[in-house]
Ligand binder design. Structure first.
Ligand code: UAG
Ligand code: ATP
Length: 510
């Protein structure tokens, strides 16, 4: 791929982003990057974020011929300098042009929400794989999938990548024959303008609750909500969970750029929404227990009836909140052209890494490995398990991350008090904090009349103790990490086998 300087200058001028450029000579760039370690001959280099001038120096040595930046740097002397008003916006627009606007060659379904993005994205992809004969790319928190060969599937670094990476990955997916893309769009992606200028065919708003507020994330809840709503503002068709908090704001955000005919509202049957808006699609649990999850979907509005989605669907994962996630995926996929049989097959056969993985044991009950890592998800998870296991004790292994999401500690204390019998407080990405201090903080929010608390900071030992503490009726929840293969400790990603592997190994040794 390549891009001429003249095209870049036109784009920047059209978006009122250009402050100055040294000259408009006939340059052509053969690579673009924001990371000096990726620079090759004829690269256009972007200086962004916690940038250091030494990165520009090494970019120059490695073959950069120009740089884009909000400031001019001495280290850039000898390179063509393009000064812009907003580096993130400029990077996204130039990224799209460099990769020749790949978004126009894909049908893109994008998910936002505090909880359920990954699960729902996997649901939607699984359905559409049947519709398209396996031509669906995926950008998720867990994996990035750009094709059907093993080399085209790798662990993601961010939920929503940096703009240049988004467009490069889209182009690779197209080159690999993909026609559709399902992606998660985090609020941080809008905060950092990683998706600036990008339009989505379908945007889905799942839910919102306080999370991701603090240094390096969002200064306030209002900012978090605003960033999430941006997905709807940038989507042609919007799908909204009518049970979400702040429905009014969310719905009005969708209406700013979509006609009511292009907005679909869904909810559980019998639940009225705060705006009394007519619902397009209803779902209800037919069976909803620890062994089986079947939902019935009903179309209410004429536009939803045209999608032909009314039917029963067996889900491969349990959890009542997954019924709502699945309903969103059924609607989104139908808008993209799926048939009922595609959805029935896709939803019944799927395994989602680290989400509601269940491991039955002979004498210690069932162990669930799950990614719940804030109040909303822990409350949903434990509430579901407890109500389906009236005889057994609920035993939970949990820690909370250091350096961010501090309010999750209170949330865990509250969720454990509501539904747990035993809690093993342990380590989960402590960062630069002392994991014992984090565990003590969680403990300070637990009602000890209701929950027995144990401290074991070695996560593997905590999991083993929790399993041994259970009898054959117990529900043991290992929460927060799913298949994360590391613990973030003092700035280092320290390898960790994953909760799934640890549980498996313990069970083998019993
Ligand atoms: C606050 C935030 O969003 N930070 C992201 C941002 O950091 P940044 O721009 O400051 O970049 P940096 O890594 O500090 O480095 C500065 C620049 O120097 C460059 N560099 C660096 C080293 C070098 O040798 N040469 C060089 O050129 C880097 O490539 C970069 O361009 O851009 C980086 C990629 O370029 C991201 O890795 C980083 O995410 C950090 C790791 C992060 O934790 N982000 C979280 C908050 C996040 O984005 N989370 C959401 C999910 C939230 C949810 O669950 O809903 C997500 O979408 O993942
Ligand atoms: N719709 C939902 N409502 C509440 N909790 C949910 C919902 N869907 C999933 N969960 C819980 O949240 C956990 C995380 O789910 P998932 O990974 O799908 O969400 P996410 O939005 O991608 O999360 P994150 O932004 O933290 O990566 C699950 O393991 C489950 O416990």
């Amino acid at each position: 791929m390549s891009l001429r300087l003249t095209e870049i200058l036109t784009i920047l001028k059209e978006h009122d982003l250009l402050i100055s450029v040294d000259s408009d000579k006939a340059l052509t760039f053969e690579n673009i990057t924001y990371d000096s370690r990726q620079v090759t001959e004829k690269t256009l280099f972007f200086c962004k974020g916690n940038f250091k001038e030494t990165y520009l120096k090494s970019a120059k040595e490695l073959g950069a011929i120009a740089y884009v930046s909000e400031h001019r740097y001495e280290a850039g002397n000898g390179l063509l300098a393009i000064q812009v008003k907003d580096i993130q916006n400029a990077m996204s627009l130039i990224g799209a042009a460099f990769y020749d606007y790949p978004q126009n060659e894909l049908f893109i379904i994008a998910y936002t929400g505090t909880k359920g993005k990954t699960t729902s994205s996997y649901f939607a992809r699984s359905i559409l794989q049947n519709t398209t004969n396996d031509k669906v790319a995926l950008f998720s928190t867990i994996d990035t999938v750009l094709g059907n060969k093993p080399k085209d599937c790798f662990k993601s670094h961010l939920t929503t990548p940096e703009s240049i990476d988004i467009f490069r990955n889209m182009r690779k997916a197209i080159d690999n024959g993909m026609t559709h893309l399902v992606m998660e769009v985090s609020s941080q992606a809008y905060k950092k303008n990683r998706v600036f200028g990008l339009k989505f065919d379908v945007g889905i708003f799942l839910n919102i609750s306080p999370d991701h507020i603090g240094p390096n994330e969002h200064p306030t809840f209002a900012d978090y909500l605003h960033c999430k709503e941006q997905l709807l503002v940038n989507s042609k068709v919007c799908i909204i969970n009518a049970e979400t908090d702040y429905l009014k704001d969310v719905y009005y955000a969708a209406k700013t750029t979509s006609q009511p005919d292009d907005i679909y509202l869904y909810s559980r049957k019998g639940i009225s929404n705060s705006m009394n808006l007519p619902i397009d699609c209803e779902f209800e649990g037919v069976t909803d227990n620890l062994n089986s999850n079947v939902i019935k979907v009903k179309s209410i509005s004429d536009k939803c009836k045209k999608l032909s989605i009314a039917n029963d669907y067996q889900l491969s994962v349990v959890g009542d909140y997954n019924e709502s996630n699945a309903a969103s995926a059924i609607i989104a996929s139908a808008i993209a052209g799926s048939q009922i049989s595609d959805a029935q097959k896709g939803l019944s056969s799927l395994v989602i890494p680290g989400r509601m993985e269940s491991y039955p044991s002979e004498n210690h009950g069932t162990i669930y490995v799950d990614y719940a890592h804030n109040y909303a998800s822990m409350h949903a998870l434990l509430g579901f398990l407890k109500s389906n296991s009236p005889k057994g004790k609920v035993i939970v292994v949990v820690g909370s991350t250091g350096d961010k999401g501090v309010d999750r500690r209170e949330g865990f204390g509250k969720a454990l008090t509501e539904n747990a019998d035993e809690a093993f407080l342990t380590t989960d990405d402590p960062g630069f904090e002392n994991p014992l201090d984090i565990a003590k903080e969680i403990d300070s929010y637990i009602d000890h009349q209701k929950v027995n608390v144990h401290f074991e900071l070695d996560r593997k030992k905590a999991i083993k103790q929790a399993i041994l503490c259970g009898d054959k009726h117990s529900i043991i929840v290992v929460a927060g990490k799913g298949r994360d293969p590391y613990q973030k400790i003092n700035g280092v990603d320290t390898p960790y086998e994953t909760d799934s592997v640890v549980v498996n190994n313990i069970l083998k040794g019993l």
